[in-house]
Design a protein around this ligand. Structure first.
Ligand SMILES: *[C@@H]1O[C@H](CO)[C@@H](O)[C@H](O)[C@H]1NC(C)=O
Length: 338
């Protein structure tokens, strides 16, 4: 517990430094340090698409996250975005922050830093509110930025703000309003972001490189693939040897393997409302798909990364491991049947 607090304080001090140094558009991505444990391992949970005041099984998922988090002794939690439905937060004093976050994820094991990205629903409210340090005074776990890096020694996590990529939000917002403050114009924002990401990934010396975004790269559910990400973001990931891309957006759990690179796609978007009843295969290899609520754990060390999906009862639905023998070498899959 003392360790966790020290870790959190260190992360926040760095966060303050990052905020001071990185005001301009094209700059190094903010970088937080979250050291692995003394034995060189790291455990975390990933949940997405959740903030609904506990409804739609959000509370059940939260409870099981607490139990699994306890069992694994997790170091932190990752949110893949759509943190607050339907329209993000109205401001820093929106009660939804407590009602959908603080009062829901109450388990002792979840009192760790949460690293969060924004989803498209978050952009429909006051997007700046979720990025504001004011929220950390209410609940110090909430560490949300647009794009940033968490360095955990054995792994670098690259959090990427994917909402601005999707063109239809700009051209066909319909009845929704998107908060593009600090983002528009789209082209310049994306170009800067991809350049910053590319530079950061090139410099990364961690054994594992994991990219986290809200939107799907590949998905067999309702939203399907995001073609802007396949076209613009995926090449940067391939070029720099990303191992995994983790996302939400589709309200399900899925694992898809790229057929033309070692990249593995994991969707953890089952934090509340689910059961869309849509299945549309794509060109990549589907390994696992669950159309209901749940979450994912990731356990890492230098050699191995193990992913597990859980349902609302905490049952393990699917497990998959990847093993590495050295830097920049393609992963081999323990269960590879091809
Ligand atoms: C909650 O989870 C159970 C078990 O998966 C499911 O049967 C039920 O439909 C879910 N409720 C909602 C509102 O999605």
């Amino acid at each position: 517990m003392a360790n966790a607090r020290a870790g959190m304080a260190a992360a926040l001090a760095l966060l303050a430094a990052a905020a001071l140094c990185c005001g301009t558009a094209a700059a190094a991505l903010p970088r937080l340090e979250h050291p692995a444990r003394n034995d060189g391992t790291l455990s975390l949970l990933v949940v997405g698409d959740w903030g609904r005041g506990g409804t739609h099984n959000q509370s059940l998922v939260a409870e099981q996250m607490g139990r699994v988090g306890e069992k694994l002794g997790i170091d932190f939690v990752i949110s893949t975005g759509d943190n607050f439905y339907d329209n993000g937060l109205k401001g820093v004093d929106d009660q939804a922050f407590e009602e959908s976050f603080t009062d829901i994820y109450t388990a002792q094991s979840l009192q760790k830093p949460w690293y969060l990205v924004l989803g498209n629903h978050d952009y429909r409210g006051d997007a700046l509110a979720q990025l504001s340090p004011v929220l950390r005074k209410i609940d110090s776990r909430f560490i949300c930025m647009r794009s940033f890096i968490v360095n955990a020694e054995i792994v670098d996590f690259f959090f990427v703000d994917t909402t601005p990529f999707q063109k239809k939000y700009w051209t066909h917002p319909g009845k929704h309003h998107y908060d593009w403050r600090g983002v528009a114009p789209r082209g310049k924002y994306i170009a800067n972001l991809l350049k910053d990401l590319d530079e950061a990934m090139q410099k990364s010396t961690a054994m594992w490189k994991i990219v986290v975004g809200h939107h799907t790269m590949r998905s067999v559910s309702d939203h399907g693939d995001t073609k802007e990400l396949l076209k613009l973001l995926l090449p940067v990931l391939k070029e720099n040897g990303a191992d995994f891309y983790i996302n939400g957006h589709d309200h399900c759990l899925e694992h898809i393997s790229s057929r033309d690179s070692p990249i593995q796609y994991f969707t953890s978007g089952g934090g509340s409302k689910a059961w869309r009843g849509v299945f549309q295969p794509n060109k990549d290899k589907l390994r696992f798909f669950y159309d209901g609520q749940g979450f994912m754990s990731l356990q890492l060390n230098q050699e191995q990364a193990q992913f597990t999906f859980y349902d609302v009862y905490g049952n393990s639905l699917y497990q998959w491991s990847s093993r590495k023998t050295g830097h920049s070498q393609p992963s081999t899959y323990l269960d590879d049947e091809e």
